[in-house]
Design a protein around this ligand. Sequence first.
Ligand code: PLP
Length: 393
Amino acid sequence: MAELSTENSSFIPFNRPFFSGSEFDLIRQAIANRRLSGDGEFTKQCHAILEQELGVAKALLTTSCTHALEMAGLLLDLKEGDEVIVPSFTFVSTVNAFVLRGARPVFIDIRPDTLNLDESKLESLITPRTKAIVVVHYAGVGCELDRIMAIARQHGIPVIEDNAHGLFGKYKGRHLGTFGALATLSFHETKNVSCGEGGALLINDSRYIERAEIIREKGTNRNRFFRGEVDKYTWVDIGSSYLPSEILAAFLRAQLEVRASIQAARKRIWEYYAEHLAGWAATAGARLPFVPAHCEQPYHMFYLILSSPGEREELIAYLNRHGINSVFHYQPLHLSAMGQRFGGRPGDCPVAEDVSDRLLRLPFYNDLTEADQSRVVTALREFRFQRFVEAVS
Ligand SMILES: Cc1ncc(COP(=O)(O)O)c(C=O)c1O
């Protein structure tokens, strides 16, 4: 769009928000509707797209994935002393949402291939106090859901899918976000489909629907009132304000409408990196993302796992000098200041500890051009060549 020109064209950022072109028109319509608070026409349209496309019983837009996770924590009725199993390799919100309710996080390590929760370690961490298993589909690549869901079912424990990365990803042909009792999405500006800050709670176990509507509306039965089911609305439960304004919902609808072209563009970008970096990775002792054959990924992220933490530091600095912004990702939560307060110690999650120091994410956004990707690939090759020259001279 002409009025949204890029800043310095020679700098390749890690992320750049994408505009489909119809955001302004839809926001203008939201303003013309004289209805800016939540749950108006645009919010309902976003709900319908998500419910139909994914096949979930209920989708509720929220102000962030963090808030959708907090709603999950409230819906589970967690209390002091309850335990929630969470991967150590994730964003703080995956854990904070449950800690806020008084639960104790029990950190589980990740698989070295997909960087998802290691399901082989799950059973040994379950105790009579375990009230939820929270899975994160890292980079939108599905966790081993058959095994995880079977274990959860056997112990009667609900599964919550933190699917911040994985909208439109699939496990064995079925959409991520449709397996757990509850699942969450993020529409933060770094995600494939975004509205700046936003998220959604997906409800697969319909027993949670009515209470979720109440919790999202400050603990009131306002939704029932609007549907004409009660003659006035009142305070019926605990809750907060988790619904986004119609302005954000209009923006999000503009992006959801072009989801097919967004996904196609991201597929091209991901495959370009994969094709042009395969040989590089082999000589650099690095590895590229792994996607099991039974998972369809949504092309959210492209990362490298480098041979050492030192090499990562040098590569970040090298790319920066060449106008390319690359970034690391999660630090293991069990070793964070808060994680240690819950008993986290070095060695508890060895794979997360090792990988987090070597992982580097490359620039990836919907309108990243092939010319810019080629610059990234060339810079990586030149970095490798310099290291080789240094080693032999
Ligand atoms: C796995 C995971 N969960 C939750 C979040 C929080 O998302 P939001 O910024 O929408 O609150 C993030 C952030 O990117 C994330 O990576």
